[in-house]
Design a protein around this ligand. Structure first.
Ligand code: PMP
Length: 374
C-alpha cells in the first residue's frame, strides 16, 4: 500500500496507516457551563474526599513498592457493585484499567490487530474506531436506522446482517450510545453474538446508570456467553472522570487473556485507593444521578418546545437536530460561555445534562439565538 500523502520530517517516520489520523480532541476550556464531555458536573462530596485522603495516607508511604498487580481489593469492590444489578458477578469476572478507554485498548490488543476486523454502528463513540486503528485492526462503520421515527436505533435483523457480512473479530455496541443516547434491546446484542460466532462482542455501557426505567443491561446476558464483554466506567455517573478508572465484566477465561497485553502494574496504588474509597461510598457518589436525569429530560422537553429535534436519551446528554449550521451555533453558544459538542453530524449538536443552573445557562443561551439558527 502506498502512503496516502507525502510526509516530511518526523511525520515521514510515522506508520503509514496513521498518516491521515487526527488525535482525539474534545475542547478543554474554562467556561461557566462546560457541557461537552459528558462528565458529572457535581464535585466529589466532602465525606468521600475525606475517605480518599485516609486511604491515600496509608498508601503513600508504600509507593516505594509496586502496586498490587491484580488490584484484588478493587476487583472485589467492582464485582460487588456490578452484582447490585441483580446479576451475580464474581471478582474473577472483572478487569480494570485507567479509564474504560484502556480496557477497550486491552480488548483490541488481545482480539484485534493486523489482519483482523472490528465493526461498530456509526454514529457512536469515536474512540472505538480510533483504538481499533491504532492497534492495526480494520474498522467497519456499520449503519443505524435513518427512519425519522426510529432515528439512530438498531434492530436485531439489521445488526445481525451487517455483522454476518463482515465476519468480524470484534463487535462494538454502545448502549446507551454516545452521541445519540440510544439504548438497545438485549435482542440486538443476542443477534450480534449469534451472527459473529468467532467474535468478541463488546457492549460499552459507560452511561448505564443514567438509563430510564426498564432499559436493560447486558450484564444479564453474560452467563453462558463466553465471548461477551460489558464495559463500564467510574467517569460518568460515579463523578470520577479525573480518577481514570474503567472496568469490564466477562468470562474469567477472557479476563485471564487480557493479562497478556496489559503493562505490568498498570493501575497505580493511588488510583486503586481512590477508586476503592469511591466504591465504598457508591450511594453517595451516585446520589446526583436522578438530578442529572431530570435535567436530561428537561432538555428534551424544552428543546422540543423551541422547535429543535432532540433524540430520546438514556444517557446524561442529549443530541439535538434542526440546526441550520451546527458549527455556527456551537460558536454562538461559546460566545455566551456555554461549551457543547459538535460531534460532526451535520445539523446536530450534543449537550451534556449538568446542574439545573448549567442546563438553564445552555437553554437560555440557545433561546437567545432566536429563530435564525433553526
Ligand atoms: N465509552 C463511552 C461510550 C464514552 O463516551 C467514554 C467517554 N466519553 C468512554 C467509554 C471512556 O471513558 P473513560 O475512559 O473516562 O472511562
Amino acid at each position: 500500500m502506498t502512503d496516502p500523502r507525502p510526509a516530511t520530517g518526523l511525520r515521514a517516520l510515522l506508520r503509514s496507516d496513521l498518516q491521515d489520523e487526527k488525535p482525539y480532541g474534545a475542547t478543554q476550556l474554562t467556561v461557566r457551563a462546560a457541557l461537552n464531555t459528558n462528565e458529572n458536573s457535581y464535585p466529589v462530596p466532602p465525606e468521600v474526599v475525606s475517605d480518599m485522603l485516609a486511604e491515600l495516607t496509608t498508601v503513600l508511604p508504600t509507593l516505594n513498592r509496586y502496586p498490587d498487580r491484580e488490584f484484588t481489593d478493587l476487583r472485589g469492590a467492582l464485582a460487588a457493585y456490578l452484582s447490585r444489578s441483580g446479576t451475580e458477578i464474581g471478582p474473577d469476572q472483572v478487569w480494570a484499567g485507567n479509564g474504560s478507554n484502556e480496557v477497550l485498548l486491552h480488548l483490541l490488543q488481545s482480539f484485534g490487530g493486523p489482519g483482523r476486523r472490528a465493526i461498530g454502528f456509526t454514529p457512536s463513540y469515536s474512540m472505538h474506531a480510533i483504538i481499533a486503528t491504532t492497534t492495526g485492526t480494520q474498522w467497519t462503520h456499520g449503519r443505524r436506522s435513518q427512519d425519522p421515527a426510529r432515528l439512530f436505533t438498531l434492530d436485531p435483523e439489521s445488526v445481525g446482517a451487517q455483522v454476518a457480512d463482515i465476519d468480524p473479530h470484534l463487535v462494538f455496541i454502545c448502549s446507551p450510545n454516545n452521541p445519540t443516547g440510544t439504548a438497545v434491546g438485549l435482542d440486538v446484542i443476542e443477534a450480534a453474538y449469534f451472527a459473529a460466532p468467532h467474535a468478541v462482542v463488546v457492549v460499552d455501557e459507560a452511561y448505564a446508570e443514567f438509563a430510564r426505567r426498564g432499559t436493560p443491561t447486558a450484564l444479564s446476558l453474560l452467563a453462558g456467553r463466553e465471548r461477551l464483554v460489558v464495559t463500564r466506567t467510574l467517569s460518568k455517573a460515579f463523578a470520577l472522570a479525573g480518577g481514570r478508572l474503567g472496568y469490564l465484566a466477562a468470562d474469567p477465561e477472557l479476563i485471564d487473556l487480557l493479562r497478556l497485553v496489559r503493562m505490568p502494574y498498570h493501575l497505580s496504588a493511588p488510583s486503586q485507593a481512590v477508586a476503592r474509597a469511591a466504591l465504598r461510598h457508591a450511594d453517595t457518589m451516585l446520589s446526583t444521578v436522578d438530578v442529572v436525569k431530570d435535567q436530561r429530560d428537561r432538555i428534551v422537553v424544552e428543546l422540543t418546545e423551541m422547535g429543535y429535534r432532540p433524540v430520546p436519551s438514556d444517557a446524561n446528554f442529549v443530541l439535538f437536530g434542526g440546526l441550520a449550521d451546527s458549527a455556527r451555533t456551537w460558536q454562538a453558544l461559546l460566545d455566551q460561555d456555554v461549551l457543547v459538542r459538535d460531534v460532526g453530524i451535520p445539523h446536530y449538536l450534543r449537550v451534556t445534562a449538568g446542574t439545573p443552573q448549567e442546563t438553564s445557562a445552555f437553554l437560555d443561551a440557545l433561546a437567545a439565538l432566536g429563530d435564525d439558527h433553526r
